[in-house]
Design a protein around this ligand. Structure first.
Ligand SMILES: [Zn+2]
Length: 308
């Protein structure tokens, strides 16, 4: 008799919708050589995308998710990509035959190529850049192209997030310094993309300021800022954004290194009911029967809940 349940073979395809399942927010640092704790090689990054695609994951925008708009197709699982520290290997331009092109071995080059091959993977990622860091982490390290890069990201629908002006350990500073770091990151980004609002903050080193309110919203350096979510550096898969246990001020992430990534992929293969599976309709929230008490209280007003 055939096994009814073969854990290694369970993909999202065929799973019923479960919009109370958990979502992986992957955290990349360097895309470069050699592979190590904070570095993924270009080849391994490409392989991550292939693996995720084959297992029914599709790219989801972070702020759309915060807004309660899950945009991935029915039967697939949203996955969120984040890139911290704007190191050169994440996004590089090279001159080829007198023309400028995105280095196909850089993170953005690999991602764009993959999306070209698999348009139904979607296009989304958030780049937590450092506009005022010293080299090589200042806006991907090509001063002559930094504006072009930020403009490209925004035009393509990628998001730019706040990682402070120069990677300040926010736990070490007083209120004014913390506020200046957050506000000034936005001011410096806006030199290249006017009016662009940074809506989320990834904490440098995962360290919270003494008072969370300092990074949530405020005015400093002549600008008003508001962070609707604060991302940590670890913590595993995130609760569904519709769940009571989702705290936008403490959003966990998964380090995109071999060990952690394969741990979580296996976890969701073995526990398919823990996995967020979209119903394909952003205006309807489909949840397992009897799980209404797990929903957060302040759901977007225009959303309809359906138990299956
Ligand atoms: Zn960082």
């Amino acid at each position: 008799m055939a096994a009814l349940f073969a854990p290694a073979l369970v993909h999202a395809q065929g799973l019923p919708p479960n919009e109370l399942g958990r979502v992986m927010i992957l955290e990349y640092h360097k895309i470069d050589y050699p592979e190590e704790r904070w570095t993924r090689t270009p080849e391994n990054f490409r392989r991550d995308l292939e693996t995720l695609y084959a297992r029914g994951y599709r790219l989801q925008g972070l702020t759309a998710m915060l807004d309660g708009r899950i945009t991935v197709p029915a039967g697939t699982t949203p996955i969120i990509l984040t890139f911290d520290d704007s190191s050169p290997g994440q996004f590089r331009y090279i001159a080829k035959n007198g023309a400028l092109e995105i280095d196909p071995k850089s993170g953005v080059g690999i991602l764009e190529q993959f999306i070209k091959e698999k348009p139904d993977f979607g296009r989304a990622a958030t780049f937590y850049v450092l506009p005022g860091a010293s080299r090589p982490n200042k806006l991907f390290d090509q001063p002559e192209h930094e504006g072009r890069k930020l403009q490209f990201l925004v035009k393509q629908g990628y998001e730019i997030g706040n990682h402070t002006l120069w990677h300040a350990n926010l736990g070490k500073y007083d209120e004014q310094t913390v506020r200046n770091q957050v506000a000034e990151a936005q001011v410096w980004v806006q030199r290249h993309v006017p009016d662009y609002k940074l809506r989320t903050l990834a904490l440098p080193l995962g360290v919270y300021p003494k008072n969370l309110a300092w990074v949530q919203e405020g005015t400093a350096k002549g600008t008003t800022y508001k962070n609707e979510a604060v991302l940590m550096v670890a913590g595993g898969a995130a609760p569904s954004p519709f769940s009571k246990s989702f705290d936008p001020m403490r959003v966990p992430r998964i380090q995109a290194v071999e060990k952690d990534l394969s741990y979580w992929l296996k976890h969701f293969d073995r526990n398919p009911s823990d996995r967020f599976v979209s119903d394909g309709d952003p205006s309807t929230l489909t949840i397992p029967a009897g799980s209404r008490p797990k929903l957060k209280l302040n759901l977007p007003k225009d959303i309809k809940v359906s138990e299956r």
